[in-house]
Write a protein that binds this ligand. Structure first.
Ligand SMILES: [Zn+2]
Length: 380
C-alpha cells in the first residue's frame, strides 16, 4: 500500500505530504466527502508515513518505505501509535451500559478484529459491525487515556475516528475537550460523510480536507484494470457508483447488464398493442425477484436508457452514451420516437423511485409508470 494505491484525491495527498515535509502537521483534521471514496485510506497512509522510520523523500513528496518495523505494523493496522475509533455495538455484559472495547463480549471483540483485518486487506473496506450506530463517551475517554499516556514510543500518535457524526452528544462534548488540549506529536483525524451533523465547535477546530467524488472515467478504468470486465459494463457501473469506489464494487457482484436487459424487455412489452396482462406479470416478477433496492436500480437502468436516447437526439454524439454495448438498439429506439419528451420520462422515473422508497404500492407505481411512458412515446 502506498499513496499511489489510493485512487484519486491528489490534492489532499499533496497537502498532507507537504505538512509532514514542512513540519506543520495539524493537531486535528476533518476529512469529509461522500461515502466510499477512500477518506480513511488516505488517513491511514498519512499515519503510516508520519511513523515510517525510513521515509522516502523526493522533492515535494514523502512516502512510507513499507519495509520498516513501523510500516509492517501499519500493514495489519496494529501499530501502537494508531488508534481506530468507530461505533461499537451495545455491550452484552448485563452489568454494563457502556460500549468501550473492554466491555464487549468475546464474540463482539472477534467481530471487531475481523473488521480491522478486512480493512487492512482492503483499504476501501467499510468497517461495519451489526447494531453499532454510536460512538459513545467511553470510547472517547479511552482515546483520551491513550493519548495522554506517556510512553517511549517514537513517531506520531494518530487517532482516526470513522463516521465521526456517530458520536453521541456526550461523546462529542468530551471529544471537544480533547481537541482543546492538543498533545505533542499527536494528530486526530475525523472522517465523515455527514459533516453537517458534527458540532460546529468541533468542525472549527479541525483543518478541513474535502474529498471529491471520484470521476466516472477513473472508476471505469479502475474496474477494467482490477476486475477485467468489459468497458461497456464498467461504464454502466461507474455511472451507478456516483463517485464511490465502494458502491462500484458492490455493483460488480450484481449482474447489472442482465438487470438492464430485463427492464428494457419490460419496456418493449409495454409498447406492444396488447400489453396489459403480460406487462402486469413481468412487473410482478420484477418486484418479487429481490428487494426494493433491486427494483430501484432496475428503474435507474431504465432511466439511463432514456438518458442515452435524449443525448443521442440532442447532441447527435455517441461520446456520452452509457449503454455503449446497446448503441444500435438505442439509435433505433430514438429514431422510432424522435418526438418523445425524454426529460419528462426521466423525471417520471425519478418520481416513481421516490414513491418506492416511501413504500407505497409497488405494483401500482411501476405499472402506472410504464403506462405514462407508453403514453408519452406512442402519442407523439
Ligand atoms: Zn517505513
Amino acid at each position: 500500500m502506498s499513496w499511489k494505491n489510493i485512487i484519486s484525491h491528489e490534492r489532499s495527498k499533496k497537502i498532507l505530504q507537504k505538512s509532514i515535509l514542512e513540519k506543520k502537521v495539524a493537531g486535528a483534521y476533518l476529512f469529509w466527502g461522500i461515502e466510499g471514496i477512500g477518506k480513511s485510506a488516505v488517513a491511514i497512509e498519512f499515519a503510516k508515513t508520519l511513523n515510517c522510520q525510513n521515509p522516502i523523500v523526493k522533492e515535494n513528496s514523502i512516502s512510507a518505505c513499507d519495509n520498516c518495523r513501523s510500516c509492517k505494523q501499519f500493514a495489519n493496522l496494529s501499530h501502537p501509535n494508531l488508534h481506530l475509533i468507530f461505533s461499537l455495538p451495545p455491550a452484552k455484559n448485563a452489568d454494563s451500559v457502556d460500549s468501550a472495547v473492554s466491555k464487549l463480549s468475546d464474540e463482539q471483540i472477534e467481530l471487531v478484529r475481523e473488521q480491522i483485518l478486512a480493512k487492512s486487506q482492503n483499504i476501501y473496506h467499510k468497517i461495519s459491525i451489526p447494531n453499532a450506530t454510536q460512538i459513545k463517551i467511553s470510547a472517547i475517554r479511552e482515546l483520551k487515556r491513550n493519548l495522554t499516556m506517556t510512553s517511549n514510543i517514537l513517531g506520531w500518535r494518530v487517532a482516526i475516528i470513522f463516521n465521526a457524526e456517530e458520536m453521541t452528544t456526550e461523546a462529542s462534548n468530551a471529544f471537544l475537550k480533547t481537541l482543546e488540549e492538543p498533545h505533542e506529536r499527536t494528530t486526530i483525524i475525523l472522517i465523515s460523510s455527514k459533516k453537517e451533523m458534527l458540532l460546529q465547535t468541533i468542525v472549527s477546530r479541525c483543518q478541513q480536507l474535502y474529498f471529491e467524488p471520484i470521476p466516472d472515467a477513473i472508476i471505469e478504468n479502475c474496474l477494467i484494470e482490477e476486475y477485467n470486465i468489459s468497458q461497456a459494463e464498467a461504464k454502466i457501473i461507474a455511472n451507478f457508483a456516483q463517485g464511490s469506489i465502494n458502491t462500484a464494487k458492490e455493483f460488480l457482484d450484481s449482474n447489472i447488464s442482465e438487470y438492464r436487459d430485463n427492464i428494457v424487455e419490460i419496456l418493449r412489452i409495454s409498447l406492444k398493442n396488447t400489453y396489459r396482462t403480460e406487462l402486469s406479470e413481468k412487473i410482478e416478477e420484477l418486484i418479487n425477484t429481490k428487494n426494493k433496492l433491486f427494483l430501484e436500480n432496475s428503474l435507474r437502468l431504465l432511466q439511463n436508457w432514456f438518458r442515452d436516447c435524449f443525448i443521442l437526439i440532442t447532441t447527435c454524439s455517441k461520446e456520452r452514451i452509457i449503454n455503449l454495448d446497446l448503441l444500435d438498439r438505442i439509435i433505433k429506439f430514438a429514431e422510432l420516437f424522435p418526438n418523445a419528451d425524454y426529460l419528462k420520462i426521466i423525471n417520471e422515473i425519478e418520481n416513481s423511485i421516490y414513491l418506492i422508497r416511501r413504500n407505497v404500492n409497488l405494483q401500482l407505481i411501476v405499472f402506472s409508470l410504464f403506462l405514462k411512458i407508453r403514453l408519452n412515446l406512442l402519442s407523439k
